[in-house]
Design a protein around this ligand. Structure first.
Ligand code: MN
Ligand code: MN
Length: 295
């Protein structure tokens, strides 16, 4: 493979099953990156341990997905390890990611990222990177929460405001599609109504995604509290009334046929669920997403 540069100089835990471990960024490859930050968490912390838990739990999975009929081992998927961690300093790690990726030409060199959190504020870097490279990008936001506050608890880039921060950078060329949202302030729900971003049924969401032009770039930010706490109790801010694995598979099968250019998966807090079931669940979601992202 054609190496471009090193992203990282951290020692890593075991890489995700079926992937190749390297700290470098390559052309024609998908990169799995851990962003272990939970410093703006407002309720139950611990998402900083998410990436390693997902990688560990991947060893209970197969590399083959029967849903997508694809195998991790058949593609160039690089586990770059985790970014340097500054526990309460979001900006340092975000700036580090930005500094090391801003020169990349994702489209020309066919570089993709799937970044694992950490809490939802970490998605800002990878979402900005995708938007900088794909100006007509569609942004899919799957979450129990709107994350549209204009800052929270004196933090502008809080996990509770990160979609609002992205909205600041989006234009008429982009589209924000939100699904799974079942918690937010009245103002946030009015915001979604005004801008027509919220889909309230799986059928309408799937019809919408299916209608997107096959060439148009699509990015997915997935907060794992999108899923019902019955399936995903290991998350900082659980919210009853969520989705199940099969609705996700229905969505991801549509994305497989699209120009799926990047993703992040956030908010697994492994210590909250001592059974480890949440880790296994999240790990399977990461596998399906990595595979759907392949061309
Ligand atoms: Mn969120
Ligand atoms: Mn959430």
């Amino acid at each position: 493979m054609d190496k471009i540069k090193d992203l990282n100089d951290q020692e890593s835990s075991r890489p995700f099953i079926g992937t190749t471990y390297s700290e470098a960024i390559f052309k024609n490859a998908t990169h799995l990156v851990g962003f272990c930050f939970d410093g703006t968490t407002s309720y139950r912390p611990g998402a900083r341990f998410g990436p390693d838990a997902i990688k560990d739990a991947s060893f209970g999975l197969e590399t083959y997905s029967p849903y997508l009929d694809r195998d991790i081992e058949d593609y160039n998927i690089i586990d770059t390890g985790n970014l340097p961690i500054y526990p309460s300093k979001w900006k340092i790690t975000n700036d580090y990611f930005h500094a090391n990726t801003k020169e990349l030409d994702l489209k020309k060199d066919k570089i993709k990222f799937l970044v694992m959190g950490g809490e939802h504020s970490i998605s800002y870097g990878p979402m900005r990177l995708a938007l900088d490279n794909y100006e007509d990008m569609v942004l899919l936001h799957f979450d129990a929460h709107t994350d549209l506050r204009d800052g929270y608890l004196e933090e502008k880039y809080s996990h509770a405001s990160i979609m609002r921060r992205m909205w600041d950078h989006m234009s008429d060329k982009n589209e924000l599609i939100q699904y799974g949202v079942r918690s937010g302030t009245k103002e946030e729900f009015e915001f979604m109504k005004k801008h027509n971003t919220l889909y309230t049924s799986l059928d309408s969401l799937c019809d919408k995604i299916a209608s997107i032009d096959a060439k148009r770039p699509i990015y997915m930010t997935l907060d794992l509290d999108f899923f019902d706490p019955a399936f995903m109790p290991g998350t900082g801010t659980p919210e009853a009334g969520g989705e199940n694995f099969h609705s996700f598979i229905r969505i991801i099968k549509i994305l497989k046929e699209k120009n799926f250019i990047g993703a992040d998966i956030v908010e697994l807090a492994p210590m909250i669920d001592s059974t480890g079931n949440s880790n296994a669940f999240a790990s399977k979601i990461v596998r399906e997403t990595l595979l759907a992202m392949q061309d």
